[in-house]
Structure formats: structure tokens, C-alpha cells
Design a binder for this molecule. Sequence first.
Ligand code: SF4
Length: 533
Amino acid sequence: MNILLVEPDYNAKFPPLGLMKISAYHKGRGDKVRFVKGIREHLDTGYERVYISTLFTYQFDLTVKTIRYYKRFAEKIYSIFVGGILATLLPEKLQEETGIKNVIIGLLDNSKKIGFRDKINIDSLTPDYSILDSSSSYPDAYFLRAPRGCPNSCSFCAVPRLEPKFYECSILANEIEEIDRQFGKKRNLILMDNNILYSKNLPEIIKSIQDAGFTNTRNYISPSPIETFLREIDNTEDLSVKQRREIEKYIRRGIEVVTTSKDRDYLSSLLSRFSESSSPNNIIKQSGGRIERILSNYVPVHPVQRYVDFNQGLDVALLNEETMRLLSSLPIRPLRIAFDSIKDKKSYIEAVRLAAKYKITKVSNYLLYNYLDKPEDLWERIDVNRKLIEELGIHIYSFPMKYSPADRTDRTYIGKHWNRKFLRAIQANLNLFSGLVPSEYGFIRKFFGETIEEYRKILYMPFDFIVYRAHFEKRGLLAEWEKIFETLSTEEKAELCRIVGGRHIIEKDADSSKRLKKILPYYQMKYDDSKGI
Ligand code: SF4
């Protein structure tokens, strides 16, 4: 069969594991598989199967657009299969909008779900890493899961709907060995489990990770770009610009270090042929082995540290002396902890202190907001981290995560105690640091406020004043705004939020008080306009 795998063009930190497993399944049947990201023009039509992955429900519009586009590439509407998180949460809506018939709900644990009779648990197959070439921007890592599901049922979380049953499934060391055998070694290990600490087999899981080479020693030697390329060559149509550049750099480095003129001449002539060729795949295919042999005599090998990342955040309620001791035997970076509610403050502080006690010095935490929390709760959790950084001298950075109900197809949901203005203020701050609250005390103080009063004031601040704080400060505009802001009553502040509403356009409101009318022009000031002031 001729198979097309499509991942919509959303930003994803991790590769499409579901599609990679479907690829492994089809290749195991002897089928031909092609993977594309986003809308790709100039593709052949007539694929016997098209599989499209989905992720978050707020990416609904982009996902629907991608499915509609790829309908023309499938032989029949029945040949298109859509699966993943969004598909599981909103199957009917997806069918309504796209007309597709086959939506895979939940894990692909039986090939029957995609119309085959061999009853293979596709979810348990080793993902086909070869569909991602080395030019992709995903981390150089194994992406694995030990248990599936989570026994808790936190009301804000979609996991109980996606994977309602908690069960242990794989021996990590075996999976890693299989990936090494088929696709070559990866540096790090990213575990995507929802609640690994709940596993009764935690000591065995940790042992299995250590057995696979993840210990607190520098023991990883990354493969050369040529080794990687030679491994990928059967799946690579043309070298990407990045691959080409890396191979050139590698050969150039070789020319600098070789000591015999014979080796130097060989590499120099190879480099010029490689750089001038419009299809250099064959050059590397034929010469790769010799380049590697030559350079292995000269280029020193520096083993580096590998890291383990429990990416979904560890359950703070299950972090105790015993689990922390076990975890600390792994090279964890960072230790991610779920700090979803201010109610977890005590357990969170204890967990971070334990981490420091066991010499884990890079900690990260997920801060859920815009749910049932108050804006002040977010500040308090940031402040907890600020104090822990001071007390323990470790790095702690936070990922505030805006709550959005699992059924929403956009990101406009506003929590009970929040408003659009406050949400945009938080977003403005987070945008400055790629979505996270950094570990540096000075930044936290400046952008989230030294005190809760300062933080509250920042929430009301005009958007451009938050983003370009120093600029507006220098021109005295921030002080002017603050002076008027201090005169506003509680009702006027609430009214201000309603009027500015987080949007750039200010509604003209004839009923506004004199003081409000005085402050509104500051919300219309843009960074560019004020440059000349
Ligand atoms: S513990 Fe985590 S994964 Fe489990 S239901 Fe709660 S938020 Fe979801």
C-alpha cells in the first residue's frame, strides 16, 4: 500500500509518536510510507491510506483545514484516518466539519481500529524514528512512556478521558535497545507518562533507565553527521540545507586535523565535489565509510552527559523521601513538578527542598491558571519559587499554563476570577521569556512584581507598557500612568478592565468617569508612537 502520514503544521515540541507507530506498522506489512508536515503542494494523489494526527483542541481550525486539504490525496473518503488528542475529545465535531468517516478514538491498541485483522497493538510498537530526518527540530531523544493513563481524576485534566485506565506497559531498556538497533542512539530520554510515580514498578522502571545508560556520568558520544546521514539515507530524498552544512563543517574540521597529505588531499577533493554537486547523496554514500575511518584516527571523542526528563510533570502528592531518592539516581534535568494549585503549596515546598537535598539542582514546575484560581494565586506560587531559589540556591523556572476546557476549539476561555485584561497581561510577560517564568530573581521581581500590590498593578498596566517597561519608564509615561491609576476606585478599576478588555481597540464609553477618561489614552499608546517622546 501507498501510505501518507500528515502532521498539521502546529508548533509541537515533540514528534508525532502516533504517526511514527503507524509508520512502523505499515512498513512491517511491506507498505511504502511518506510523512509530511503541514500543507504540502506537489504531492502525488491516490494514496491508499492517509493518516492525520491531531493535538490540542484549540488547534481545531488548523486541523480541519489540513484534513480538508488532504482529502484530495486519498483514494476515497474511507481511506482517511484521523486520530490523536483532539480527535478523541471532539470526534463528532471533527466529522461534521470535515466529512471524514474514520476517527480513531483513544489509543491505537488494536489494528482492527484501522480496518486490519491482524490484531496488532500498534500503540506498543517501536516508533519509526526514520520518518523524522536529522534536519527536524525535535530534541535528540527517545520519546517513551512506561505506564499509560492516570488513576486521579483532576477536574481540569483531559487525561481521564483520553486514557481512562492506568496500566503498566513496557520495559524501557528493551524499547531503547530496539530504537538503538533500528535507528541509532539518541542522547536524552523524554518520558511522556502522565503519572509515573503511581507505578508500583517505579524502582524497576528507574533501574531499567539506568541499565539503558542513563546514569550520572558522561557516557554519551553523539554520532557524527555522516553516520546519522548514512543511517537515514534510504529515507532521505535530498540533503537538507542543515544536513549539508553540518557535513561540510565536519569534513572541513577533518581537513584541519589530519596529519598526512594523502588524507588531506582526499578530504579536500571530496569537499569540493560535495559542495559543488547538486545531488551529493551518492558522494556521501560512496565515501562516508572512508571519511569516518580517516577521522576516527584524529578527532578526539568527548563523551557528554545524557539527561532524563519526565516531561509531563511529576505528581507533587507522590514526591517523598523514597521516590526522590530513586529519582535522584538518574541524571534528571529538569525535575518537573506539577504545582497546579496554591493548595499544593506545602507539598510543593517540601518536594523542592527534598530535590535540593538529593542534589537535583534544576527544577521546573507547571502552574495552572485561569481555572478556579484567583490571579493572586499565580503570583503566590511564583513567589514561593522565588523564595525557594533564594533559600536553596538552585534553578527553578516555571511554566504557567492557561487553562482551557478540553472541549473548547479556541483559547478565549476566561476563568471565573480572571478577565481578558489580566490574561493578556500575564501573556505579555510570558512572551518575553518564551512562555516561562525564568529562574533569575531580578527578572521575576521586575516582571511579576516584588509584592502582590505591584503584581496587581502590572495586571492593569497597558499592554505595551508591560512589554517595553524600560522604554516607557525612561520617558516618564509609566510614572504618569501610575499616578492616575492610584486615584482610581475599585469600581473604576473594574470598569477600566471592561473598557480596555485586553484588546488594542478601546471602546469609547461616554459614561466613563473623568479619571477614567484621563487614563484611557495611555492604553492607546504604542511602543513605536512613543519613540519620539
Ligand atoms: S494527576 Fe496529572 S495526569 Fe492525573 S488527572 Fe491529575 S492532572 Fe491529569
